[in-house]
Design a protein around this ligand. Sequence first.
Ligand SMILES: [Ca+2]
Ligand SMILES: [Ca+2]
Ligand SMILES: [Ca+2]
Length: 458
Amino acid sequence: MRKTGLVLSITVLSIAVFTMCNKASLFPESGYDDRLSGGFATVFDETSKAFSHPVNGLSDHDAHIHELGDAAFEQTFVTAPAPVNSGLGTIFNNVSCISCHHNDGKGTPTLGFTTSSMLLRISIPGIDTHGGPLDAPGFGTQLQDQAIFGKQPEVNTSINYSDKIVTYPDGSSVVLRNPSYTITNSYIPLPAGYMISPRMAPPVFGAGLLENIPESTILSFADENDANGDGISGKPNYVYNSYSGKTELGRFGLKANNPNILLQVAGAYQQDIGITNYVFKNESSAGQSQSDGLNDDPELPDSILNAVAFYVRTLAVPARRNTTDPDVMAGEKIFTQINCSGCHKPTVQTGVNVAYPYLSNQRIHPYTDLLLHDMGDALADNRPDFLATGKEWRTAPLWGIGLFQKTNGVPFYLHDGRARTLEEAILWHGGEAEKSKQQFMQLSQSDRSKLIKFLNSL
Ligand SMILES: [Ca+2]
Ligand SMILES: [Ca+2]
Ligand SMILES: [Ca+2]
């Protein structure tokens, strides 16, 4: 009988996965495997390439587009004119997608070099006509600290750290590093009252699944007035989509300041690399002294922009590891007990999208609600971004977080990479997460390490 049960549950699993219809309520809990962080879109690889695989179930045609996008994601742009990948800058932050999103994962907290995978957003107090950050005159909303030969970068940038010591109730202590940013050599004076927001490149895998979470699900996590009294509110960002001309729910970017993958990718080409495209037709240097006056041509073929967006959308999520380790299982319980799960939602169901059956109706474990949370003064950038205040950040997805050591060598955490360990990342939590952090600090050393072990299994 036991054997029949197993065969039956495998059959049920295959039917549910391959028909992609909404059978969640009929699905036996035993049919799920908690290693499948991305549902059907999960891959089993724990090497440095863990974030770089296509989702399962792509047609030959789609696999081809994914490959084209993969190649384009890695291509280095060069100064115009050139036979291929021409049009870099004139001002930029880096020369390719991969040089910021290392192995489709994160960047590192370096600023001011051609290899830096971090950038500073900028704006002045007030909002633009669409409720977004107000351009810093002559700088836009992003500082480009690199330029092609013969042009001046907007600014030079650098980071310095000072120590901040946190002591646990048990007497042990941890040294955190608190970043500060220096901006020098601006090509024109910076406007009075300018505000900056440091952002390190986040991972890009699993983005297609996040894009397919129904809006109603994300909104159901919101509790803006904290009706349930757990100290956690959670608020959706609504952002202007200049391509559709509409205000839409924000999902991507570290303050959920971008509505979808296409806009995120098109914006990266234009702002981060200096490559115009059909979504963002003007150079980021338009109207500035760095302009080369060649603003009209989309420097990027439409098909390449679409392929790169498709590539990002169809990057799979790596499976969990060590899920049956007793410490990991105990750590998972603690994660829920101290309400880390109040923001880092363990389980979410994607919606149905006929264009992407392999991303549809999947039970996924992203560990995010895609909402904004006040994280306290210590993490604040004090620069609003649409509805996000200067203290609010989007809950970081935690899937794959245990693999950054493989994909990134030395991993760094939080929006600006200030945290060098998962423990440091937790200790920076404040605001709505203060209570959870306090509870973490009250744990015994051994329970704290179980929680970290759990995080490393994701
Ligand atoms: Ca250009
Ligand atoms: Ca700029
Ligand atoms: Ca609440």
